[in-house]
Design a protein around this ligand. Structure first.
Ligand code: KIV
Length: 277
């Protein structure tokens, strides 16, 4: 193992000491940049479906794609804890396959942990995976894989009844041994309440400032995903127009014969050229 590799114990120990940072990555170059910046955890998220593969739902990405992306990320990462996001087909379609699929993330893709979203058989599946000593991160609130059952992509836990249900889910996942919990699109006061009630760290996305840590989809943060921008996203840079401008410039220079210049070309000695007649 790398010397400074972040462990599950390190993540647990950060609760109450300093905020935990997490971002998504699906490929080698971005995973390297994120790791070099010292981000604590990298999620190979099934959001790859939306922001990279052009699909309209995360349920449309499967194990083949997730393992492919996870392998690229773990090749790059030296420090961060890498979490493989279990795709819908890997545990919700047939819960009996969940342990085998979780193990693929650890053994084939060399991830350190897996994440799975809340669904009606979540506790049973989480328990089975944890029993095999694979670390699990839970995910409650807005769970995109089952958003249709939650009334769409909406904030969850906005009334006392549904908020109580979220608190119960969080406590149940902690009791089973999850090492951390993503809270997605939850009112800030409810996220704060859950965070205070748990010993394990909460990682918020659209869940306010009082979670133990924060996660964003990196393509949102960088302005690389233009189809929609949720309210909870902060674009720290808007790369899409900058990339478009660079591509336009390249196109213009190729058409006008301005690229490549001598500096981008290779030479052959005159005497060798002469030999060709
Ligand atoms: O797939 C993903 O990117 C996620 C984060 C939004 C937590 O699950």
């Amino acid at each position: 193992m790398e010397e400074n590799k972040i462990t599950i114990q390190d993540i647990l120990a950060l609760k109450g000491k300093r905020k935990i940072t997490m971002l998504t990555a699906y490929d080698y170059p971005l995973a390297s940049l994120i790791d070099n910046a010292g981000i604590d955890m990298i999620l190979v998220g099934d959001s790859v479906a939306n922001v990279v593969l052009g699909l309209d739902s995360t349920t449309k990405v499967g194990m083949t794609e997730m393992i492919h992306h996870a392998k690229a990320v773990t090749r790059a990462v030296k420090h961060a804890l890498v979490i493989g996001d279990m795709p819908y087909e890997s545990y919700q379609v047939n819960p009996a396959d969940s342990v085998k699929n979780a193990r693929r993330f650890i053994e084939e893709a060399k991830c350190d942990a897996v994440k799975l979203e809340w669904f009606d058989r979540c506790l049973e599946v989480t328990e089975q995976i944890i029993k095999t000593e694979i670390p699990v991160m839970g995910h409650i609130g807005l769970t995109p894989q089952t958003a249709d059952k939650l009334g769409g992509f909406k904030v969850q836990g906005k009334d006392a009844r549904t908020a109580k249900r979220l608190i119960e889910q969080a406590l149940a996942l902690e009791k089973l041994g999850c090492f951390s919990l993503v809270l997605e699109c939850v009112p800030d006061k409810i996220a704060e309440m859950i965070t205070k009630n748990l010993k394990i760290p909460t990682i918020g996305i659209g869940a306010g400032i009082n979670c133990d840590g924060q996660v964003l989809v990196t393509h949102d943060l960088l302005g690389l995903f233009e189809r929609f921008t949720p309210k909870f996203v902060k674009k720290y840079i808007n790369l899409a127009p900058m990339i478009s401008q660079a591509i336009e410039e390249y196109k213009k220079e190729v058409i006008e014969g301005k690229f490549p210049t001598k500096n981008h070309s290779f030479t052959i000695k005159e005497e060798e050229l002469k030999k060709l007649g």
